[in-house]
Structures are given as structure tokens and as C-alpha cells.
Design a protein around this ligand. Structure first.
Ligand code: PLP
Length: 389
């Protein structure tokens, strides 16, 4: 039996989500833009999903724009805001954003925008004061993620939202990791733009959403037939949208209970690891973190993370180093850990364990049984720092 502890990379489809998608992969194949019966059935499914996704963020259905991914939602938020009004061209983001935000800001620089990156504290949290200090008269938008994908820390979204609203600056939050795991409320938290992605909450891959608060002006980045209120032209991916809706509904109904259970499993991991492997330390704030998210620093064994990951994989345990989004950069220091002040050596050596809906106490105990032995098994090589072979 394999133990999957990498839910921040992606999650298994909930069987109920699969059921909700099935008709639209088969007999219910209509195009939502068609006026006939098949088209109207598809449109009804998209409308239902739009209501369910909106409800997860206490938004209006008309505020949800379905996109092809969380990455696309981030791109639409930033590029769309820039192109809708270029009179203010300065952007502020946290230095620990996902590449979907950081690389988009780099792209916008080629179009005449500028950006300031705000570093978090050593606990992996960006303060509202640090964001306030980065604002300028020409700031158009602030982007701070709701939860970080590497260390799992929760950011003070509502405080930053209030600050931005008071200054007349748009506030975007990448909620790809947080959606369905911690409560988010578009109006209470003063959010203008919110990105989400279904595959992080037991929904399908390749479907995301940008929630655009009524009144916020955006320019499209995909042009064509005018679907999604002209903000994302393309025939809707009806099955994936239906799956996203079902996943959002499950998260809304079960999210609070699931979070309590995952916090218990997470804390069991933290306490037992502290006792069994003193060289391992928790990175990021102890409590202000996603319910099922742990990021471990491997003191003295930073260079061995990939070997450790593969040794755990042989034992049937799947975890990640830093972030799956940077698998092509495996072994590189994480920009998140560097921004938190870790030196580049330490920033290379982290292990990310992220729990999800179907993990059990037995999974956690299996990890706790295997991990100390696997870690100890790596030591002989570490004691030969100058070995060349
Ligand atoms: N933003 C964050 C914080 C993420 O963790 C990820 C994926 O890991 C994304 C954006 C990208 O989402 P998607 O995989 O749907 O493109």
C-alpha cells in the first residue's frame, strides 16, 4: 500500500467528483453555447458549478471566471489588471509567491510595469506593515497568496485586503493552496481577485477559476468567442467544470471537519518527529499554517534530500522536496526558504509532507516508522564530506 503525502502537489480525485463529471464525458456532450436541449443541459451544469465555486468564497456566481488552471487565473489577474488600466504600473507581491505570479510579473516588466517584492519574516509570514511600506502612488495591484505552497504558512489576507481597499489598490490573492482548506470570504476579506485550482481540492486537473469582484475591470488574455463574460474565450471544459463544482461543494460541506482531523494528524507528526529525529526542524510558523502541511528542514543533511525522497519512495511513501512545481529545479535552493532568510545550503534541504482527505492515522504512523530509519540510513555518506564517488 502506498502512502501519498504530497497533496500540495496534487490530490486524488474524490470518487463523488468523478461521478459528477462522468455524464459530461459521455452522453451529455453538448456545447453550453448551443441553444438545443444538449447545449442547455451543458449550460445548466456549468451554471450549477459556478454557484458552487462562488459559494466557497462567499462570492456571486457572476463573479466566477473559469480558466484552464490556477496558473492561468494568476496570469489573468495580473496581466488583465495591467492591460485594463496602464495609468498605474507598479505591482507589489510577496517574494514567496508561486512562479505563476512571479514569472508573470517579470513578463509585465517587459511591457512597462515595475514590481516590488516583499519578504516574509523568518516564520514565512508576510506582514501587512511590510506590504504597506512597499506601496507607492502608482501601485496598481498587490498580490499576496493566501497560503504558501512550500512552507504552508497562512498569510494575513484580510488585513492586507483592508489596507489595499483603503489605498484604492487592487488586491489579488492566489488561493490555490488555501481554497477549501481555510475559510475565505471575498467581501469580508476585501479581496478583489482570487485564484483557485480544482486539482488541489480533490477535483480534476486543468481547471481553475479567477473570482473577480463585481466592478473590477480586467482585460482578457485569451480572445475569441466571448465565453466567461468575454474574459476567457473557449468552449467550456464542461466535465472539468462540473468536477470543480462538486469538489467545491464537498469542501464547503466537509472542509471544517476535515481541517480539524488533518490538524490532529499534522500535530501527531510534528510531536513524534521532534522526539524521534531531533535534527529535523519545522520550517515556517508552528500554527499559522495549512491544516495538513509540514515543511521539514534537514539540519546537516541538506544535500541528501533527493536521496531521502527516493529512499522513502522505495518504501512506498510519496513526499516532495520544496514544491512539485519546481521538480525541474530539484536540488536548487527554494526561493521561498531563501526569502525567509535561510542560507542557500539550508534552503536546498527541505522535505514537504502534505496530508489530504484520504490519509489516515495509519499512514502517519507508517511514515513515522520508516522516516527515522531512512534518515539514519543516509548518514554514512554524509560522514564522508570530501568523498568524490
Ligand atoms: N499557485 C500556487 C500557490 C500553487 O501551489 C500552484 C500549483 O502548485 C499554482 C498556483 C498553479 O496551479 P495549476 O497547477 O492549476 O496551474
Amino acid at each position: 500500500m502506498r502512502v501519498y503525502l504530497d497533496h500540495s502537489a496534487t490530490t486524488p480525485l474524490d470518487p463523488a467528483v468523478g461521478e459528477a463529471m462522468r455524464p459530461f464525458l459521455g452522453e451529455a456532450f453538448g456545447n453550453p453555447s448551443s441553444l438545443h436541449t444538449s447545449g442547455r443541459a451543458a449550460r445548466a451544469a456549468v451554471d450549477t458549478a459556478r454557484r458552487d465555486v462562488a459559494a466557497l468564497f462567499a462570492a456571486e456566481p457572476s463573479e466566477v471566471v473559469f480558466t484552464g488552471s490556477g496558473t492561468e487565473a494568476d496570469n489573468l489577474a495580473l496581466v488583465g489588471a495591467f492591460e485594463a488600466d496602464t495609468s498605474r504600473r507598479h505591482f507589489v507581491a510577496s517574494a514567496i509567491e508561486h512562479p505563476a505570479v512571479l514569472e508573470t510579473l517579470k513578463y509585465l516588466q517587459t511591457r512597462g510595469a515595475s514590481s516590488s517584492l516583499v519578504r516574509p519574516g523568518a516564520d514565512g509570514i508576510v506582514t501587512v506593515e511590510a506590504v504597506a511600506a512597499a506601496l507607492r502612488a502608482d501601485t496598481r495591484l498587490v498580490s499576496v497568496m493566501a497560503a504558501n505552497n512550500v512552507v504552508g504558512t497562512l498569510q494575513p489576507v484580510a488585513e492586507i485586503g483592508r489596507l489595499c481597499r483603503g489605498q484604492g489598490v487592487l488586491f489579488h490573492t492566489d488561493a490555490v493552496q488555501a481554497a477549501g482548506k481555510v475559510p475565505l470570504d471575498l467581501r469580508r476579506d476585501s479581496i478583489d481577485l482570487l485564484s483557485a485550482s480544482a486539482h488541489k481540492l480533490h477535483g480534476p486537473k486543468g481547471i481553475g477559476a479567477l473570482v473577480v469582484r463585481a466592478g473590477v475591470k480586467l482585460a482578457p488574455i485569451v480572445h475569441g468567442g466571448g465565453q466567461e463574460r468575454g474574459l476567457r474565450s473557449a468552449t467550456e471544459n464542461v466535465a472539468a467544470i462540473a468536477g470543480f463544482g462538486a469538489a467545491a461543494r464537498l469542501a464547503r460541506e466537509q472542509g471544517a471537519e476535515e481541517a480539524t482531523r488533518l490538524v490532529r494528524l499534522r500535530d501527531r507528526l510534528i510531536e513524534r518527529l521532534a522526539a524521534a529525529t531531533p535534527s529535523v526542524r519545522l520550517l515556517g510558523h508552528r500554527y499559522r499554517r495549512l491544516p495538513g502541511h509540514l515543511c521539514l528542514g534537514l539540519e546537516g543533511q541538506e544535500g541528501e534530500t533527493i536521496r531521502l525522497l527516493m529512499a522513502l519512495d522505495e518504501e512506498g511513501i510519496e513526499v516532495s522536496t520544496g514544491s512539485a512545481c519546481s521538480a525541474s529545479h530539484a536540488g536548487q535552493p527554494s526561493h521561498v526558504l531563501v526569502a525567509m532568510g535561510l542560507d542557500p545550503i539550508r534552503a536546498r534541504g527541505s522535505l514537504r509532507l502534505t496530508l489530504g482527505r484520504f490519509n489516515t492515522e495509519a499512514d502517519v504512523d507508517r511514515f513515522l516508522d520508516v522516516f527515522p530509519k531512512t534518515l539514519a540510513g543516509l548518514r554514512p555518506v554524509m560522514s564522508r564530506p570530501f568523498a568524490t564517488a
